[in-house]
Design a binder for this molecule. Structure first.
Ligand code: XLS
Ligand code: CA
Ligand code: CA
Length: 436
């Protein structure tokens, strides 16, 4: 197995060594900061360390048990995870509570297992300098959460979920994570015939406020993220998309503490582009972190594939740069190797593909900005708001009456071409010519 023998090195774009980076050069400085600092790659524990190829029609194609069971198995998985991250030069990881430690029969037992395993993780962190990008709790897998966690009709389920989040925040503080994620697994509904939507939404708000209050009074100074997703597993998830989450955050007064974790595959499930969701987060002041993956437009469910589409990674990094870059967030590969890519070598190759696609995206995103044709076009397109009547509109100095008087004798204002095809050609030009 490759992993046993080598470390993945940057060898440049001429390299034909499949186990090398062709674009990701961790220490290369672009615009004043290294690629590593700007991309902040993270490994997703659930896919990389646990997912074993199961789908609706068949069982495992990969064995990730290391021939062990119980806590021993979880320690072996942690050893594997840290070895993989070191070989790839990845500095962060993301996990759900039950990814790293087995669930017990009661909340107390589960928390004990988690504490034991986070002791182990902390040791490995000290040896390697790797730490979590974010932590979360799985509140969707177990049967008790079949009707939701914070939005469950059962108050006892709400209480267990609260206990899991408390333990998750404690783990985040202990391991030095600067973010805690809420993906509303089953926080939604399948039919309104059995659902009190108003109570469920209020309870979800109450739950988030409890998490914030607990975190802020127990040493958690990072970000809370909500991760939008429109459907799957429920038919309608409350955190449908970035705009819906922005409204939820404001309605509940959480905007000081909460931001968004945007996942590419979830954006497309919502009928949006990845870039759209990132832009909505940014214009609302809620850009936080990214789950880096891609869906398959022909399949239409949450396939969580490794991101290899360079158009998407470029436009993503363009949005990240325009939003000021990551602070506590980063690029978490919420992605799994395909069922037929069933060897550990495939896992390594998948990460290389995703990391290189984002490195190239970062390089190309800066080239879009330096090239200037797209940016200048947009500036020019809105130039009428920089002086005269446009400027007065923007400054709030006009009213419907003053504008009606101004417009009364105007001839039909001439619309200006949006030049979409030209701009798409410019993007191609930047992507397929020039240096890397
Ligand atoms: C599922 C989500 C999940 C979150 C973390 O679709 O992507 O993996 O990222 O709970
Ligand atoms: Ca995700
Ligand atoms: Ca997903």
């Amino acid at each position: 197995m490759y992993l046993k023998n080598g470390k993945v090195e940057f060898k440049g774009k001429e390299s034909r060594d499949p186990f090398s980076f062709r674009y990701y050069d961790k220490n290369r400085v672009i615009n004043g900061r290294t690629m590593g600092e700007q991309l902040r790659f993270a490994m997703s524990w659930w896919h990389t360390v646990n997912a074993s190829g199961t789908d609706m029609f068949g069982g495992d194609t990969m064995d990730k048990t290391f021939g062990l069971s119980g806590m021993e198995k979880y320690r072996a998985k942690a050893d594997f995870a840290f070895e993989l991250m070191q070989k790839l030069g990845i500095d962060y990881y993301c996990f759900h509570d039950v990814d790293v430690a087995p669930e017990g029969a009661t909340l107390a037992e589960s928390v004990k297992n988690l504490e034991e395993m986070t002791d182990y993780l902390l040791e490995k962190q000290k040896q390697t300098g790797i730490r979590p990008l974010w932590v979360t709790a799985n509140m969707f897998g177990d049967k008790k959460f079949m009707a939701g966690a914070a939005t469950s009709p059962e108050a006892d389920v709400f209480a267990v979920a609260a206990g899991k989040v408390k333990a998750g925040i404690d783990a985040a503080v202990k391991l030095g994570a600067k973010a805690y994620v809420f993906w509303g697994g089953r926080e939604g509904y399948d039919t309104l015939l059995n659902t009190d939507m108003a109570l469920e939404l209020d309870n979800l708000g109450r739950f988030m406020k409890m998490a914030r209050d607990y975190g802020r009074s127990h040493g958690f100074d990072g970000d809370f993220y909500i991760e939008p997703k429109p459907k799957e597993p429920t038919k309608h998830q409350y955190d449908f998309d970035a705009a819906t989450c922005a409204n939820f955050i404001r309605v509940n007064g959480l905007e000081k503490d909460f931001r968004l974790n945007i996942e590419a595959n979830h954006a497309t499930l919502a009928g949006h582009t990845f870039q759209h969701e990132l832009r909505v987060a940014a214009v609302n002041g809620l850009f936080g972190s990214i789950d880096a993956n891609q869906g398959d437009p022909l399949l239409g469910w949450d396939t969580d594939q490794f991101p290899t589409n360079v158009y998407d990674t470029t436009l993503c990094m363009y949005e990240v740069i325009k939003a000021g870059g990551f602070t506590n967030g980063g690029l978490n590969f919420d992605a799994k190797a395909r069922r037929q890519s069933d060897t550990l070598d495939d896992t390594v190759l998948s990460y290389i593909a995703g990391m290189d696609a984002f490195a190239l995206g970062l390089i190309k995103a800066y080239q879009i900005i330096e090239d200037g044709r797209i940016e200048d076009f947009i500036k020019q397109r809105y130039a009428s708001y920089e002086s005269g009547i446009g400027r007065r509109i923007v400054e709030g100095k006009e009213t419907l009456e003053t504008l009606a008087a101004y417009a009364a004798d105007l001839k039909d204002p001439a619309p200006v071409s949006g030049r979409q095809e030209y701009l798409e050609a410019v993007l191609n030009d930047i992507l397929f010519s020039g240096n890397v």
